[in-house]
Design a protein around this ligand. Structure first.
Ligand code: 5GP
Ligand code: MN
Length: 342
């Protein structure tokens, strides 16, 4: 649903920020370019507006996002439990960015759920929680970073936009829109990005830092996954890639290394549904992508404890990797017609 903030909500957000002295910005587990881009964009803008804020993430961010201004100041809950929990307990305003349900923050959920300060939610996924004081939820937006740009305008912070905050917004929009190719990109997206470039953002630099910054091991892992682990179910127009913990360790897997792999599987011309299964400790993480009319948000919600968007979603299961794959193949065969025709 498309829903800009109402004037009364804008006023409320302004008041909350004006009266806050210790602001915490949070985002989801396994943070991606939009999660970190939107969080650091807001962090930079708040600082420029004279406000003190800290970004707290549940777990480690990928190396290819550490170039953004402020990334070194990010606190990771998994690495610094006591200190991050203290910061949250002492905060008087909490932002929830690029997620809309506290369960997406993993071990941070109980800490945030108990905290009594007001929350401001800015996010583009479906079905947001309703407890925050301000909910800016709009599923028509290509990225949370784009929503931060609009929030910046509503907060009267346009004069604070500079290269640093601009690069973070650009990075969030670019990564969540598949470099401006998904249907969620609108003329407004291009206007915003043009404005960022006018304010000193070097777009070629951002693309290079995100896309041309790989470790050799990562490229070899992707080569292995595509060469040896890609399974195409032609009769279901579906492609699957799976990686066990042992395989990931063989290539010294780091956070973010398999980002985008599922899109490679989806790029096969007759494939309309792609799935990526990754063993991770006690659970198996799943990523789904689709082309056209097959709803992977529903698929993730109904049988993989997850959610997301119509054409991109994710989830997890406590099954063994082989069991999860067997169940997925069975599930997909039942929907083969829908997938083929989507
Ligand atoms: P990815 O496959 O890149 O991890 O996630 C794709 C999309 O699905 C993202 O928009 C992400 O927010 C959403 N998503 C991924 N995992 C989960 C999950 O476990 N629960 C929910 N609700 N959404 C998820
Ligand atoms: Mn996003």
């Amino acid at each position: 649903m498309s829903a800009p903030l109402k004037p009364s909500e804008i006023q409320k957000a302004r008041e909350l920020i004006a009266s806050a002295s210790r602001i915490v910005i949070t985002t989801h587990k396994s943070p991606d370019g939009d999660a970190i881009g939107s969080s650091l964009a807001l962090w930079n803008l708040l600082r420029a507006a004279g406000k003190h804020a800290v970004v707290i993430v549940p777990d480690e961010l990928p190396e290819f996002l550490k170039w953004m201004h402020g990334a070194k100041e990010i606190m990771v809950h998994q690495r610094a439990r006591q200190e991050t929990e203290k910061r949250i307990a002492e905060s008087d305003l909490v932002f929830m960015l690029d997620y809309n349900h506290l369960s997406r923050t993993g071990a941070l959920e109980p800490v945030l759920r108990e905290h009594k300060a007001p929350f401001i939610l800015i996010d583009h996924h479906r079905q947001p929680e309703e407890f925050p004081a301000v909910v800016y939820s709009d599923t028509a937006q290509c990225s949370t970073a784009q929503m931060i740009y609009k929030f910046m305008v509503w907060m009267d912070w346009k004069q604070h936009l500079d290269r640093h905050s601009g690069e973070c917004i650009y990075c969030g929009i670019m990564t969540d829109s598949g470099s401006f190719r998904f249907p969620s990109v609108t003329p407004e997206t291009h206007h915003i990005v043009a404005h960022l470039v006018e304010h000193g953002v070097d777009h070629a630099y951002v693309h290079r830092m995100v896309h041309d910054n790989n470790r050799e091991e990562r490229i070899r892992l992707i080569g292995y996954a595509l060469g040896h682990k890609l399974e195409v179910m032609d009769d279901c127009s579906t492609a699957i890639i799976s990686l066990s913990e042992e395989e990931l360790q063989r290539f010294n897997h780091q956070p973010g290394d398999t980002e985008g792999l599922v899109n490679q599987a989806l790029s096969i011309s007759h494939v309309n549904l792609a799935a990526f299964f990754r063993e991770s400790g006690e659970e198996v993480r799943v990523s789904f992508r689709s082309k056209g009319s097959f709803d992977v948000n529903r698929l993730a919600r109904e049988s993989w404890n997850g959610g997301g968007h119509f054409n991109a979603s994710g989830g997890s299961t406590r099954e063994k990797l082989d069991e999860a794959l067997t169940r997925f193949r069975r599930e997909i065969r039942l929907q083969a017609n829908q997938i083929r025709q989507s």
